[in-house]
Design a protein around this ligand. Structure first.
Ligand code: ACO
Length: 705
């Protein structure tokens, strides 16, 4: 990416406002007024066919008449005029277009949007928007937008796909005391998208934390790569479920994917911390922009009230950082700063008698102790204490501890005096919240961020003992023969080409052939109807299991064919599959969908009701290394079943991880051909005894006409 061009667009030294106006109430009026009021120090060039003066500035009829260079042009003329003014901007050498105007792809005018981007690219310009509020930057004193004012100063940057939400967040920064250096509206993302913004903000000296409001991504893989490479924390609030809803999905996996799970997986793999709602986005942004990540698991809570202590303890467990008791020596020392009836366990309860000194001494000692990885300090306003005094004590303790590599957060529960004390704490670099739950939640975010950083890319090392050419040959032959799609036998052969253990399956067209195959495969066998017209084979009486002799195979063949014909008279029957009957074990399901945003994905879950009813599955963007695949197995709620819970023997998770990793390579290698796949069920046996794919299905992409 050319950072220089984006610098011109996002940190312009001169701005033309195309459609600048002297009529109050017009956006072209507000943008000029905002630039003036924000104290913008670069050159402002109002552009209006009437020329003259606008808000005291000389106006030009066209950007081509402007004497100086123009970095960015804010476009506030109706959409239909934008292509022409964009071309003029290109001729003038403008570097970026801030297209505030609406009336493009959001109302079906994709053509107009594409035209503007094509013109921009012809001249080497980048386009922000269209359909945006504009850009706001405190460090550049630049409000090139129609948002009312610059946000409260700080080190976070917000990139928002929704303009209205950006305006709302801008105003509330002053109430919430969360400071931002930049707020950038990216609207329709016709050109500049989240991937660009993450990369650019990662290089921006005034940004410490990147905060995103995302409705959908354009270039999922590049976003993930840029997010993973970023040196700064990224936090995202994602709204809306996946665009590819359950209804459109052809496979089981497809319907499970249609619930935002793929986005969750992608953000997680990219090291992005998630926010659950707007409040949470603010809360977490504040903490991530003020505090370092939490590098270990030991969270200590110090409180003057039992109730808030218990609430915070519950929160800690809910957010995945359950509390442990501090070592004896820590407890002994803390007991010196509380009455006899206090508690030095965790939470440390200094009791309602705690004043500034007890807080200050215990915080200073605990924060500096090597066992403590993060600290939450709670305070309930009492008549005996002054909240500001407590706040000053906390801040002094944190400073005196000399610790800068551990996070601390605070919650004061009380009235106006507590609010004021918390404002003071935030101004002094300590995130503070009215809710104990929020104080714990943000520490969990800092822990998540550290874990993500640790997850130093498990590079995917492709398996070399795979036969991609053989897999492609099967697909080619099948496509050439008909449009029916791959049969179970063909699908399984592709899985086998990727070195995955598959219950051997062959297609028989006659009774005698079925017997021959059964004897070759070995009894017992399962027989199943193969017909692209019959998807639910059992319902059609098309499956017979546990067949142990030639006679049983012959009889099964005849019954299956006649059942199938009875079920659907004109069914196109390819034959009957004869398959080795895998011994019983634990059923799991693997799947994949080729997602339009992120490309190939893999899914894992336990079979049966776990997937059907509980939808207990987990996704990853493919490929995944065996290590990442192994971690996936612990993601689901049913993980203890594989780990060996309640006297159950542990299952062969290594074999499953290998299988998943190979599977992920298959769907990536063949991403141009494969749309969705299921391996369902896969039977996994006890440790060291492997796993086997019993049934598998590959749905090919439709051929573009
Ligand atoms: N070059 C320069 N100026 C021009 C040109 C041109 N080629 N053509 C017209 N102008 C002038 C007009 O004469 C007018 O100036 P005047 O007030 O002196 O007469 C000015 O540009 C504006 O043009 P208008 O036709 O008056 O357009 P108006 O201001 O009504 O609307 C706007 C333009 C704001 C771009 C509108 O079309 C629009 O898209 N509004 C929506 C913006 C928006 O909501 N963006 C999304 C934000 S996200 C959210 O939802 C909050």
């Amino acid at each position: 990416m050319n950072l220089e061009v984006l610098n011109g667009l996002l940190r312009p030294k001169s701005i033309a406002v195309v459609g600048a106006s002297d009529s109050e109430g017009k956006i072209g009026y507000t943008v000029v007024k905002n630039l003036l009021e924000s104290g913008y120090e670069g050159d402002i060039y109002p552009i209006n066919p009437k020329g003259g003066e606008i808000q005291g500035l000389k106006a030009y009829a066209s950007v081509l008449d402007v004497p100086g260079d123009i970095d960015a042009a804010a476009m506030v003329v109706p959409a239909k005029f934008i292509p022409d003014v964009a071309r003029e901007c290109g001729q003038k050498g403008v570097r970026g277009l801030i297209v505030i105007a609406s009336g493009f792809s959001e109302v079906g005018r994709d053509d107009l949007e594409t035209e503007v981007v094509e013109i921009a690219h012809e001249f080497g310009m980048r386009v922000l928007g269209p359909n945006i509020v504009g850009i706001l930057s405190n460090s550049d004193k630049c409000n090139a937008s129609f948002a009312p004012f610059l946000p409260l100063e700080g080190k976070a940057a917000l990139v928002s796909q929704s303009g209205a939400l950006l305006i709302a967040m801008d105003a509330s920064t002053y109430i919430r005391r969360v400071g931002f250096d930049k707020m950038i509206s990216i609207g329709n993302m016709s050109d500049v998208n989240f991937a660009d913004m993450v990369e650019w903000l990662d290089h921006d000296e005034n940004t410490d934390c990147i905060s995103l409001y995302v409705e959908g991504l354009r270039d999922g893989r590049r976003f993930m790569e840029n997010a993973r490479n970023a040196q700064k924390p990224i936090i995202a609030l994602k709204s809306g479920t996946s665009a590819h809803g359950a209804a459109a999905a052809a496979s089981h996996t497809g319907s499970l994917a249609g619930s935002g799970k793929i986005y969750d997986a992608a953000f997680d793999q990219a090291g992005v911390v998630m926010a659950s709602n707007l409040n949470n986005l603010f809360d977490r942004t504040l903490a991530l922009s003020l505090q370092p990540p939490m590098q270990g698991e030991n969270l200590l809570i110090i409180t003057n009230g039992g109730g808030v202590g218990v609430l915070a303890t519950d929160s800690a467990e809910r957010y995945g950082i359950p509390l442990h008791f501090a070592p004896e020596e820590v407890q002994e020392e803390l007991k010196k700063h509380m009455p006899d009836f206090g508690s030095a366990k965790n939470p440390v309860d200094l009791t309602g008698m705690a004043g500034r000194d007890w807080y200050q001494d215990s915080v200073q000692y605990a924060f500096a102790h090597e066992w403590v990885d993060g600290l939450v300090i709670l305070y309930c306003e009492t008549a005996m204490t002054d909240p500001m005094d407590i706040a000053r004590g906390i801040q002094a303790a944190v400073e005196a501890s000399g610790v800068t590599d551990k996070p601390v957060s605070v919650s004061f529960v009380g009235g106006e005096r507590s609010e004021e004390a918390m404002r003071w704490l935030v101004e002094n670099g300590i995130p503070a919240y009215g809710e104990p739950d929020a104080a714990v939640n943000v520490i969990a975010a800092l822990r998540e961020y550290a874990r993500n950083e640790d997850m130093a890319a498990h590079p995917f090392d492709p398996f070399t003992d795979v036969d991609e050419a053989a897999a492609r040959e099967i697909i080619k032959k099948s496509r050439a023969a008909s449009e029916r799609g791959l049969t179970e036998v063909e699908s399984k052969a592709i899985f086998e080409a990727y070195g995955m253990p598959v219950a051997r399956t062959r297609l028989s067209e006659t009774e005698e052939q079925a017997v021959e195959l059964a004897e070759e495969i070995g009894y017992p066998v399962v027989m199943k109807i193969v017909s692209s017209d019959i998807l639910h084979k059992s319902d059609a009486g098309g499956v017979k299991v546990d067949l142990n002799s030639a006679d049983e195979v012959r009889e099964a063949f005849t019954t299956i064919i006649s059942n199938a014909k009875a079920y659907k008279e004109d069914a196109d029957i390819q034959g009957v599959a004869v398959q080795h009957m895998a011994p019983w074990g634990t059923e799991v399901i693997l799947g994949s969908v080729n997602d339009p945003t992120f490309g190939p994905t893999v899914m894992f879950g336990l079979g049966g009701i776990f997937v059907e009813i509980l939808r207990d599955v987990t996704f990853r963007i493919a490929p995944v290394s065996p290590d990442q695949a192994f971690a996936m197995l612990s993601d689901i709620n049913g993980a203890p079943i594989l780990e060996g819970a309640r006297g159950e023997t542990p299952k062969d998770r290594n074999a499953l991880a290998q299988l998943l990793s190979r599977y992920s390579q298959m769907v990536c290698d063949l991403a141009d051909e494969i749309q969705e796949t299921d391996a369902n069920p896969v039977i996994v046996y006890e440790e060291n005894e492997g796993a086997i794919i019993v049934d598998a299905r590959i749905i090919l992409k439709k051929v573009e006409q």
